[in-house]
Design a protein around this ligand. Structure first.
Ligand code: PEP
Ligand code: MG
Length: 581
């Protein structure tokens, strides 16, 4: 529960148009003048602190300053307010549009370009007038709930978790990377609300219910009271499960389940141990790259990996190589815009295109392997030849390090993420190339179902319970068993309580998840029977729709788990609504 803080990541299009009565005109003009003065002051400060490498671009700031003082602009806005009796946002919008129209007729390219500057100044004024001036996440000083059209993974690296009580976005899905990062930061989030950033304004009082995917704007006293009570109950429950998080995850009939943590940032390592992780099943190394202003060098990467490995020692740490592209883009990498980024130069494809970046990371990982137990995981492998190309580079790096007498673990295990249907189809051949498979269910669902995992319009079709997903996972499990290769899962399905009977039923006993979900998953495992799960899976495997699977899973869980645990599962942020049409 908290106050909304509007961050503008998209063009400001929506604002109130209203007519003012005479008594409010002077005040509205002052509001506009204050906003313009505020921006000028910001521009002055920015000029003083501009980094040396950007000094050549200082003219952009000067241009904006000039526009703000220019009487064609400044006076025109004031006239619009005074004569038209309209609000300041409307007056800015009208003035900007008028100037832009007249610039469009100009032949000269340079002058025509200035139309962009005018548009940017207009946007900035609208943001200040609407109460979210800077749009920077670094500057947030109070505890707030962030409301934004969109947040990029790069934005998320700027968030200070102790200042942000919650996150609400218009776009995105439950497995989009910003949502995964919010989970890691333990920040409640509701994503994909489509119009939240148009409806909610800075200062609104909000209740954000991450479990239900619900946001209540300016609730009444009774609702606040009800949610406060729920919050207390939730916190008490958290304490209880947390207290048991170190107990092993063993089913009622004695099957041990290995529970690892997914990490995005080094700071999560301590919490992962605290929540009872037996190691790291997935270290998403790209977030370190996204949080850096420039490409990290080998020593910096090595220090980062060494710290994680040492803090987890003697437990294993599975370091996944760089998975950029798609919705994870670092400005300095100069990645060209692609029509379908998720189907484009992502993850291993990017690394094979940029072998120097890849080699640098591999060297850093290998150096860190000398300090504990490291495994290497390659993302988005789609074919045997691609894997051979990866291994080729890997062996070159190993040989180079040998020549330079740099020590590293010679028996390090190599594995691949199974997240593309072609990898499932070729699993028997891929099993000969590596030591282990890890299911990336987030992408495997995305690519099997052709459902963009960050697109809110198709989010309702993103279904781990779809029979096609059960079948593809079943095929993979069978091939892995026949090939004698170790199989684990590190996608969001692993930490979703509702998916647990399916994973156990499939015979998957190595799970890696966001640390926060570990205690509840362990608790459910302790109340579950492995052999019953296998029997249960035979029943759902016959289903033809995700709706049928959903009903059976719900019935099964209600039968085997206590009512208290069921209630907690439905309040747990990791429980997806798998219901289906
Ligand atoms: C996955 O795709 O399931 C996965 C774990 O990788 P990421 O979410 O980082 O794409
Ligand atoms: Mg993935």
């Amino acid at each position: 529960m908290g106050r909304a803080y509007h961050i503008d990541r998209a063009e400001v299009r929506i604002f109130y148009h209203y007519l003012l009565d005479e008594s409010r005109v002077d005040n509205e003009i002052k509001r506009f003048m204050d906003a313009a003065e505020w921006i000028k002051e910001e521009l002055r400060k920015a000029k003083e602190s501009i980094p040396a490498e950007l000094k050549d671009h200082v003219y952009v700031l000067d241009t904006h300053m000039l526009i703000l003082s220019d009487h064609n602009f400044f006076d025109a806005v004031i006239d619009q307010i005074r004569i038209g009796h309209i609000n300041a946002e409307w007056a800015v919008k009208k003035t900007v549009t008028k100037i832009q129209e007249s610039f469009k007729k100009i032949e000269d390219d340079y002058l025509r370009e200035r139309v962009l500057d005018i548009g940017q100044v207009g946007q900035r004024l609208l943001r200040v007038l609407l109460g979210s001036p800077s749009g920077s996440l670094k500057d947030i000083a109070d505890k707030v709930i962030i409301v934004a059209h969109d947040l990029t993974p790069e934005d998320m690296t700027q968030i200070k978790a102790n200042r942000v009580q919650g996150i609400i976005t218009d776009i995105g899905g439950r497995t989009s990377h910003m949502a995964i990062m919010a989970q890691s930061l333990e920040i409640p989030a509701v994503v994909g609300l489509r119009r939240a950033s148009e409806v909610i304004v800075t200062g609104d009082h909000l209740i954000l219910d991450g479990g239900a995917g619900l946001v209540i704007i300016n609730p009444d006293a009774e609702t606040i009271q009800r949610y406060q009570e729920r919050k207390v109950r939730f916190e008490l429950y958290q304490e209880h499960v947390h207290g048991q998080s170190r107990l092993p995850a063993v089913t009622r009939d004695g099957q041990e389940i290995s529970i690892m943590a997914n990490l995005e940032m080094i700071a999560e390592a301590a919490a992962a141990l605290d929540y009872g992780a037996e190691g790291v099943g997935l270290y998403r190394t790209e977030y370190h790259y996204l949080a850096s202003a420039k490409l990290p060098q080998e020593d910096e990467l090595f220090e980062n990996y060494r710290e994680v490995v040492e803090s987890m020692k003697p437990r294993p740490v599975t370091i996944r190589t760089l998975d950029v592209g798609g919705d994870k883009v670092a400005g300095y990498m100069d990645m060209k815009p692609e029509a379908n980024p998720v189907l484009g130069l992502r993850a291993i494809r990017f690394c094979l295109r940029e072998p120097e970046i890849f080699k640098t990371q591999l060297r850093a990982i290998l150096r860190a392997s000398n300090y504990g137990w490291v495994k290497i995981l390659f993302p988005m492998i789609s074919s045997v030849s691609e894997m051979r190309a990866v291994k080729n580079i890997y062996h070159q790096v190993c040989q180079e390090m040998d020549r330079q007498q740099i020590p590293f673990d010679k028996s390090i295990s190599l594995g691949i993420m199974i997240e593309i249907p072609s990898a499932v189809i070729m699993a028997d051949a891929l099993a000969k190339e590596v030591e282990f498979f890890s299911i990336g269910s987030n992408d495997l669902i995305q690519y099997t179902m052709a459902i963009d995992r960050v697109n809110e319009y198709v989010a309702h079709m993103y279904k781990p319970f779809h029979p096609a997903i059960l079948r593809i996972l079943h095929q993979l499990v069978k091939t892995s068993e026949q090939s004698g290769i170790k199989l684990s899962i590190c996608g969001e399905m692993a930490g979703d309580p509702m998916c647990l009977p399916i994973l156990l039923g499939l015979g998957i006993t190595d799970l890696s998840m966001n640390a926060f979900s570990i205690p509840i998953i362990k608790q459910i495992i302790r109340e579950t029977s492995y052999s019953e799960s296998k029997e249960f899976f035979k029943r759902i495997f016959k289903c033809e729709t995700s709706g049928q699977v959903n009903t059976l899973v719900f019935e099964h869980m209600s039968r085997i788990l206590s009512r208290d645990l069921m209630n907690q599962i439905f309040n747990h942020p990791g429980s997806g609504d798998q219901s289906s049409s």
